[in-house]
Structures are given as C-alpha cells and as structure tokens.
Design a binder for this molecule. Structure first.
Ligand SMILES: Nc1ncnc2c1ncn2[C@@H]1O[C@H](COP(=O)(O)OP(=O)(O)OP(=O)(O)O)[C@@H](O)[C@H]1O
Ligand SMILES: [Mg+2]
Length: 271
C-alpha cells in the first residue's frame, strides 16, 4: 500500500542543514492500523506529509498502491491525494466559511462527483459520525469534538484507501478523544488502512503496530497484535516530552499550504 525507501527531508536554514527525515524506509500494508510516535520535532508530521503527498522528499523513493509517487508532478500528486487519501489534523482544518456538509463535500468535489450524489455521500459520512443534526452548522457553531467528527467525516466521505491522522485527539478533551479513537477502530474494523501520528503513548498503544521515530529516524517498529505483543517495549523515555511546541507553527503552515493547495489546484475550483 505504502512503501518508503530511504526517504530524507533536509531543510536548509542559512548555512545549517536540518535533517527532518534521515533515511526512513517503511512498508505499510493494506488494512494495517499503525501509530507513529515520537517527541516534538522528531519528524512525525514531516513523515505524514510525505506519506500524504503533501510534500516531496529531498531524496529517496516512495510508492502508493504500487505507483511511484516520488516521480510525480505536483498535479499528479494532488490527484493521487484526492483519489486515495483522507486527512485528519489536530486543528481540524475545516473551512470556516463552509457548513459541516460543505466541508465534507470538498474531497468529493475534487473527485468530480455530481452534486446530488455528493450531498448524499456527505450526509452519509456525517451520519456515520453522529452529526446528521448539525449538517448546516459552520465550524464556529460546533464544539471541538464535533469539529473533529466533521473532519473525520470529511476524511472518510470519499472512501479513501488510507486515512492519515496527525494528532487527531491532540486538541480534544479526553471524552471526545476516546470517541474519535473509537471511530478510528471502527474504520479499521471495516477494512480501512489507518496511520495515526501521536506523541501520546495511550493512543499509540491502541494500534496494531507502533513505529517510533526520533531525530528523523525510525528507532523501533513493534507488532502490537495478540498476546505476544508488548507495547510496553515502547518506553516513555523513548518518546520524551513534546511540549516545546517548536514545530507547531510550522505544522500550521504546512496545513494551510495543504488547504490552499486543495482549494487552488487543478480541479476547477470549489467555490
Ligand atoms: N518547513 C520547514 N522548514 C524548516 N524546518 C522545518 C520545516 N518543517 C519542519 N521543520 C523541522 O523539521 C523537524 C521535524 O519537524 P516535524 O514537524 O516533522 O516534527 P513533529 O515530530 O511533527 O513534531 P510535533 O510533535 O511538535 O508536531 C523539526 O526540527 C522542525 O523544526
Ligand atoms: Mg507534528
């Protein structure tokens, strides 16, 4: 489903080079439920942006469903993203001027699905997350947990082959966080492939496979299924504290870039 081979991402800041990803190789199979955990600045979001075709690596190759994405143009990547991927972000990234229904319709617009069918699919997705009574609400008229449920509905509305979530519970109270994680489990049970990025060990432990990243390198990759699995192999000290928030602003920029890209790309416009 996803294969990364020796992926690097180097940011040049003046004279210094920052290796945000330093030779990452990874294979994610269909129907896997994977968590990627690591301290702040370890490269989690950078990795998600690679897997999600939101950014291109400095070197290395990667494939999605057997198609080599590392050789694609920006437009081809945008198409691939729209066809195959669903995204959930910590800050929901809903468009504030649009209603819940319209937000969920966005990925469907980019897929060229006709209006009537689109509305039906979006309503189905919102029903799925228990928000059928809020479809005409704008994000500011919804609680954080509800906004994240809208973004889950948006991620799944177009039946993507892979759902990518970057700290999906990071901004939520614990009850809403549990609800969102339950949805991830349900989506996984229905056969979806899920990758969750987190710095919360309790979230990471819920996945079938736990990958730890540190300083841009994968430092462990643990099978967390069945009796033999032992997620406690991932020590708290492997993860470190991630409260410095250094990367948070950059993340916001990347996400804005993603939304802008979705809005302005080659799909004929959403407005
Ligand atoms: N656009 C950029 N320009 C320069 N450096 C960047 C850029 N984006 C990320 N970085 C740097 O790359 C490293 C990895 O960042 P990344 O956002 O992937 O971390 P993260 O693991 O997601 O952290 P967090 O848990 O805080 O979200 C950090 O040192 C960060 O400062
Ligand atoms: Mg991040």
């Amino acid at each position: 489903m996803i294969r990364l081979e020796n992926i690097t991402k180097v940011y040049k800041m003046g004279d210094t080079e920052l290796h945000a990803l330093d030779g990452v190789s990874l294979h994610i199979k269909p129907h896997e439920f994977v968590s990627i955990i690591g301290p702040s600045g370890s490269g989690k979001s950078t990795l998600m942006n690679m897997i999600g075709c939101l950014d291109v690596p400095t070197s290395g190759r990667f494939w999605i469903d057997g198609v080599e994405a590392s050789k694609m143009t920006d437009n081809q990547l945008a198409d691939l993203r729209n066809q195959k991927l669903g995204f959930i972000f910590q800050q929901y990234n809903l468009l504030t001027k649009l209603t819940a229904l319209e937000n969920v319709e966005l990925p469907l617009i980019y897929r060229g699905i006709p209006t009537a069918q689109r509305e039906e699919m979006a309503k189905k997705a919102l029903d799925r997350v228990g928000l059928l009574d809020k479809i005409h609400h704008k994000p500011t008229e919804l609680s954080g947990g509800q906004q994240q449920r809208v973004s889950v509905a948006r991620a799944l509305s177009a039946n993507p082959s892979l759902i990518l979530a970057d700290e999906p519970t990071g901004a939520l109270d614990s009850k809403s966080g549990i609800e969102i994680m339950q949805m991830m489990h349900d989506l996984h049970d229905e056969g979806n492939t899920i990758v969750i990025i987190t710095h919360d060990l309790n979230i990471a432990k819920q996945a079938e496979r736990i990958i730890t990243i540190r300083d841009g390198k994968i430092t462990s990759d643990i099978d967390n299924r069945g009796d033999m699995a032992d997620a406690t192999n991932v020590k708290g000290s492997d993860i470190g504290d991630s409260t410095d928030g250094k990367a948070a602003d950059l993340d916001a920029d990347l996400k804005n870039a993603y939304i802008n890209n979705l809005i302005n790309d080659n799909t004929g416009g959403a407005e």
